[in-house]
Every structure is written in structure tokens, then in C-alpha cells.
Design a protein around this ligand. Structure first.
Ligand code: NM2
Length: 527
């Protein structure tokens, strides 16, 4: 129950003026620059993109590898039994809700789009020296998406949960902030000062960039479905309408305090997503889906390290820079936000449960979508049922994504569900992102306090606006660059937080070992 004042309204926290206005003005300037210089922006962003991937790509690749190794160490090393909240902490959520919650907060509408079309990009320009449009190209194209949405990505998603959760649940920090997680290195004073504000600002900045990528890759698909449903041509205006409706949906829910409504919508959403996948699985090429998924898992696991370290420095195809680096950047951009989210729901779970649960649960959840939607589209292309590649080239990849589902029986129902899921999935993502940004931009929230409604609404509007501005420039490059740019400084401070976390563990070591051995003993005796 949240605390209420005499008017029976939740207590509203004041905004942190410095942080709020600092962030807001910087973002406003960026938006204005992108709109005014729209013509030349495409070229500028292309240059930034080339620089970030070509020159700095290895930073993201190594960052991702190190983060994965740290999670492996936390899950299997000597601290694996340490519990968030101490040895007696009780789990707040059952495992199913826990999995569903962090999965939905980290994954949005864009998964539906990427799951259906990612293979296409790799099939026409494959990695690892494979020849385009061959059998092996189809194999590598089916396997690579499982890698990009697999354990390394989820390791990046979950890394910040450790320093943030440990500081809050085990060391008594008063709030879950990116800056607090870094305090073991930068010191408490700096964490509460200007440097801390800058670090927290990075979370806001990261969410804006990451959401621009997510909305940018999900919106046109949704607009395409809406256009088909209403029988109108798909123009950029439809894209704008989709974002406007999202933002309106969200804004109403915030202003009217429809928290329950949003929760209910997202529950319905999960059921519908599962229903849609099951339906496509049954009416689509079921056996091909199972067989090719099995084959892809084999291909991906056998080539896992090759893919993880792949830079193609000699071949110079730029595949890893264009794709893998972009993906890791996208995850890093969301990392502080995901860390807070996972930390918040993981009280009472051990390091091992969190590490392995997030990596395995998240990867398998994503794999399910690729196995069904991706294989459906690939099968239709290979069997000649639907010319995916041709459509993608002539009418755009989003037309191909929706078209590949329209060859199935019950296509109108599929379209309707698809539209509903698309709207709700991203509305809930905007909701939690805006909430998180508003929390960061509030003065220390006390228990029962919520960020003021206009603070939350402002961030929701910003998310929508930035996404539209980026989409307006056109093409995949601006959408990818948004994440690449914001992720870079975040990556650095994720490193600071990890070092800070290691210091805390070393400091607490004598006490922790007793706790974790006791915990194991008590646990065994209890059985
Ligand atoms: N990631 C998981 O739009 C989305 O689905 C959000 C995408 C970073 C590739 C997450």
C-alpha cells in the first residue's frame, strides 16, 4: 500500500531540479538540432555510426564478454549462494511471475519484428564467409539471431542488478540508483554530488536512445498492420499516429492513475502473445519450426565462441560491427534500467538464481519467438509460398513481416491480435521506462512516494518525440546509432559499478562466507 495524504492521493515527490532541467534542456536541444538539420542529419549519423562501430566496436564486444564472464563467476563462484536481502530474506515473487516480469520489462514490440525478419538480413549478406542465399546461409541466418538475443545479451541486461541490488538489499543503501552502485569506487560523497547526478542522467539518456531503437524498429511494423486492418496506405503519418496513440494511452493511464488498468493490460498481453505464438505454431509449418530450431541451436552453440569474438578484421565484411556491436550497445543502453528492475524483483534470490535464471529464462523466451515467427517466414520464402525477400526489397521489410503472417489461415484474427499486442507491449514498456526516468529525476523518493504525474508524463512524451524524430530521418542507421551513442558512456560506468561491487564483496567477505555456508547448511537441514 502506498502512503496517502489527507486527500487520499499518493505522496508526490518533488523533482530534482538540477537533474530534471539539465536533462530536459539537453534533450530538447538534441531534438531541435535533429529537426532543424534534418536534411544533413542522415549523413552525420552515418559518420557517427561508422566511427562507433568501426573504430570502437571492439569496446562493446569486450565489454559484453567481460560482463558474461562476471555473471558466470557470480553464478558458479564462491559467492553463488549469497542472497539478496540476506540469508533469511524470503522471495517476494514466485519464479514464474519473476520470469514473466523481467522478460516483459526487457522485451517489447520490436521482438515481434526482429523475430520475423532478422534471418532475412543475414541470409542475403551472411557472416563467417558464407555465400549468400545458399543452404548454409539459411542455416547461419537462423542461428545468429539466437546468439544476438541469447545469453550474452541477457548477461548485459542483468549485470547491474548485482551492484544495485546488493547495495540496496544487503548494504542498506536508501535508493536504487546507478550512481549508488558506483559509490564503492567514486565514494559516497561524489555519488550524491554532481558526478552522481551525471551518472544518473546517463540512465535517462540511455533509456531515450534504447527506446528510440525499440520504437523505431517496432512502430513501422505496427503501422503496417494497422494500415492493413483499416485498408489505408502505410505512410509516415500512420507511424506518427501509432506513436501518438501510444503516448496518449500512457498519458491517460498516468493522469487517471490507472495502475491496475496497465497491469491488467499487460497480463492480457502475455496471454495473447502466447496464444498468437501457439496459433502460428499450429497452423504454420510446425515440423520445420521444430527441426530448424533444433538445427539452429546446434549451429549457434557449436559456433558460440567464434560468434562472440568475431570481428572479421581480415575479411572486413563489417557484419559484426553492423550487427553484433549494435545489439550489445542496445542492451547496454537499457542496462542501468534493467538492473534496477531485476534488483527490485529479486529480493530473496541467490546470485546463482538471478544469474542463471535471467540468462537462461531470457534467452529461451526470446528463442521461442525466433523459432516460431522467424521459421514461419523463412519456410514461406524457401518453399515459395511467400516472397519475403522480394517484398522486403520492393515494399520494405515491415510489409514483408506482416505479409509473412498473412499467408496463414485466420489471417484477420492474427492481424487483430498482432495490432493489440503491438500497442500494449510498447505502452507498458513506455510506462515502465517513463516511471524509471521520473524516479531518477525526483528528489530522493521516500517510501510510498511516487514521482509527480507531470514528471512521468514529460518523460513519456520525450520517449515518443525522440523516437519519431529519429524515425523521421529514415532507415536503420539512425535507429541503430541512437543506442550506439548512449551506450558508450554507460558501458564505462557499468565497469565502475562492477569494480565497486567486487570491493563490497571483498569487504564483506568474512561475514558473507559465514552467511553463505550457513545458508547452505540451513537449507540442507531444512530439506
Ligand atoms: N533488446 C533485447 O524493443 C525491445 O524489444 C527491447 C531489445 C535490447 C535487443 C529490447
Amino acid at each position: 500500500m502506498s502512503q496517502k495524504n489527507e486527500n487520499n492521493k499518493p505522496l508526490n515527490a518533488a523533482v530534482d531540479k538540477q537533474l530534471f532541467w539539465g536533462a530536459a534542456s539537453l534533450i530538447a536541444i538534441l531534438i531541435v538540432v535533429m529537426v532543424v538539420f534534418e536534411e544533413s542529419m542522415g549523413g552525420v549519423l552515418q559518420n557517427i555510426f561508422n566511427f562507433m562501430t568501426d573504430q570502437l566496436g571492439w569496446v562493446y564486444i569486450w565489454g559484453a564478454l567481460i560482463v558474461t564472464a562476471v555473471i558466470a563467476w557470480l553464478s558458479f563462484g564462491k559467492y553463488k549462494d549469497v542472497k539478496f536481502g540476506g540469508p533469511d530474506a524470503i522471495k517476494e515473487f514466485n519464479t514464474f511471475s519473476w520470469l514473466a516480469m523481467f522478460f516483459c520489462s526487457g522485451i517489447g514490440t520490436s521482438l515481434l519484428a526482429w523475430a520475423s525478419k532478422e534471418w532475412y538480413y543475414y541470409y542475403v549478406s551472411p557472416p563467417l564467409g558464407v555465400e549468400a542465399l545458399t543452404t548454409e546461409a539459411a542455416e547461419v541466418a537462423s542461428a545468429y539471431p539466437l546468439f544476438h538475443w541469447g545469453i550474452i545479451g541477457w548477461a548485459i541486461y542483468c549485470i547491474m542488478a548485482f551492484p544495485i541490488g546488493y547495495a540496496y538489499w544487503n548494504r542498506g543503501a536508501d535508493s536504487m540508483r546507478f550512481s549508488t552502485a558506483c559509490s564503492g569506487v567514486i565514494g559516497e560523497k561524489n555519488a550524491k554530488g554532481l558526478l552522481g547526478k551525471f551518472i544518473d542522467f546517463l540512465l535517462i539518456f540511455g533509456l531515450l536512445g534504447a527506446n528510440a531503437t525499440s520504437l523505431g524498429s517496432g512502430t513501422p511494423m505496427l503501422a503496417e498492420s494497422v494500415s492493413r486492418l483499416l485498408n489505408v496506405p502505410h505512410t509516415f503519418t500512420v507511424d506518427i499516429w501509432v506513436v501518438v496513440i501510444w503516448t496518449a494511452l500512457f498519458t491517460t493511464s498516468v493522469t487517471l492513475g490507472l495502475k491496475k488498468g496497465i497491469k491488467m493490460l499487460s497480463d492480457i498481453n502475455i496471454i495473447l502473445v502466447l496464444a498468437l505464438c501457439s496459433f502460428v505454431f499450429i497452423v504454420g509449418p510446425t515440423f520445420f519450426m521444430i527441426n530448424n530450431f533444433t538445427n539452429s541451436m546446434g549451429y549457434m552453440t557449436t559456433n558460440f565462441f567464434r560468434m562472440a569474438f568475431y570481428t572479421d578484421a581480415i575479411g572486413g565484411s563489417m557484419f559484426p560491427q553492423w550487427w553484433t556491436v549494435f545489439y550489445w550497445a542496445w542492451y547496454f543502453a537499457y542496462a542501468p534500467y534493467m538492473g534496477i528492475f531485476i534488483a527490485r524483483v529479486s529480493r530473496g534470490r541467490t546470485f546463482r538464481e538471478v544469474g542463471l535464471g535471467v540468462l537462461i529464462g531470457g534467452s529461451l523466451g526470446c528463442a521461442l519467438f525466433f523459432a516460431i515467427l522467424g521459421n514461419n517466414a523463412l519456410f514461406n520464402e524457401l518453399s515459395g509460398t511467400y516472397a519475403f525477400i522480394e517484398t522486403a526489397k520492393t515494399q520494405g521489410d515491415f510489409a514483408a513481416v506482416v505479409g509473412s503472417l498473412m499467408v496463414l489461415p485466420g489471417k484477420q484474427i492474427i492481424l487483430l491480435i498482432f495490432v493489440f499486442i503491438g500497442f500494449v507491449y510498447s505502452a507498458t514498456t513506455i510506462d515502465s521506462s517513463a516511471y524509471c526516468m521520473a524516479t531518477v529525476a525526483s528528489k530522493d523518493l521516500k517510501k510510498g512516494e511516487e514521482p509527480t504525474w507531470w514528471n512521468r508524463m514529460f518523460w513519456a512524451l520525450m520517449l515518443g518525440t525522440v523516437a519519431l524524430v529519429v524515425m523521421n530521418i529514415g532507415g536503420l542507421v539512425p535507429i541503430k546509432t541512437a543506442s550506439l551513442v548512449v551506450a558508450f558512456p554507460i558501458l564505462f560506468f557499468v565497469g565502475v559499478a562492477v569494480v565497486s561491487f567486487k570491493r563490497w564483496l571483498d569487504e564483506d567477505k568474512p561475514h558473507l562466507q559465514v552467511i553463505s555456508e550457513d545458508y547452505v547448511k540451513v537449507d540442507k537441514m531444512g530439506k
